[in-house]
Ligand binder design. Sequence first.
Ligand SMILES: Nc1nc2c(ncn2[C@@H]2O[C@H](COP(=O)(O)OP(=O)(O)OP(=O)(O)O)[C@@H](O)[C@H]2O)c(=O)[nH]1
Length: 400
Amino acid sequence: MSSLSSQLWHKLVGMLPGEINDSEAGWLLSPQGHMPLMNGRRARIIVNRVRLVACLFGVLTPLWIVVDLLALPWRLSLQLAVLRLIASAAFFLLYRHYRASATLMQAWAGMACLFAIPSLFYVISHLLLLNHNLEGISAAIGTGYAFLPFVLLAGLAIFPLSLAECIGFAVPALSAHLLGGMLEWTTVDWPSFWGSFWLQVLIAGVSALACTSQLAFMIALVQQAVRDPLTGAFSRRSGEEVLELQATLALRCQSPLCVAFIDIDHFKSINDKFGHHVGDQALKGLAERVGGELRKGDVLVRWGGEEFLLLLPNTTSAQAMRALARLRRCGLGMRPDGEPITASIGVAEWFEDGSYDWRQLLKLADARMYQAKQNGRNRLVGRNVEHHAWLEEEPLLQSV
Ligand SMILES: Nc1nc2c(ncn2[C@@H]2O[C@H](COP(=O)(O)OP(=O)(O)OP(=O)(O)O)[C@@H](O)[C@H]2O)c(=O)[nH]1
């Protein structure tokens, strides 16, 4: 990034809610790079809101038929009534079709349908109204139909979306307005048409601000909820969610998934000899060291007091052993008495170990970790290998 654009970026980031840090600010621009856990939670919120709005519109849309029947010519009001009933049925179908367990892709599809129904309604009702020369109260009621794109664009504001997603949803709504103008090309009052178009662009801008602010708060909340406050690693609850997600992905893509169960050796003695606070610092230091060695996509979870879980997606057990050997070279930190911190580690891989669910995979890694403890601690146990002398330069591998 050039220095000018970097300065501009920092100024912009400075205006964001304080809960968002520099590295997370890019997530407000596009959904690329959002962690799967975040996508899952966002999908749930989006689908819930799509269903809420679909239900509301499903009820409200046919109610206006009474007003049309009283104020508009018979034929036109009947045509509009049919259109309203179709739109209402489509809203209810949308409400019934989506479930909170949807993926982000399905949530986007739900939003697209929610926006497509009124956009189509707007264009068709516009065509019907064009064929009538309405006057007085009828003209006023007919003008009301022109406000639909404004309602749509303002409605965007209730969704937690990135800027790119907002643009993706606002452009079709703005296009519906443009299409409306082109349909009455010869008769349209162009200055007021462009005036109202400009107003819609402004509303879309304000909605985008509301969407990204919601997203910013959501990112901050998710980060707080998913992290263990002491070590910054994922909490156990969110770790379980990530595991479930990664297991589904591994199965779908037939890609390997490794887990390493890490238990610090003789951790109690640090607490007992030097106090709980020193123990806390040792845990924090270990999480920082392990975190610093991880690949993008790897996840460190604090599973319990001094137990950590390392999730290595797209990694075979041989690759996991190499990654853990790298960790070995870097060390896990020092105990206050000057001795290195060591750990007993059990490794299991989804396909090689024939797991049928993530709990079983975890159980296996846990059992191997216990085996490492029983065999003398400070070692790494995998399916067919035991790698001990954690701190030796060359690993010693042996069958178990
Ligand atoms: N400082 C600190 N200690 C914790 C925390 N959570 C758990 N512990 C301590 O971790 C220690 C775990 O002790 P043990 O389960 O006996 O394990 P260990 O001493 O590491 O022994 P081995 O695992 O058999 O090598 C206990 O003393 C817990 O109180 C924490 O958040 N901070």
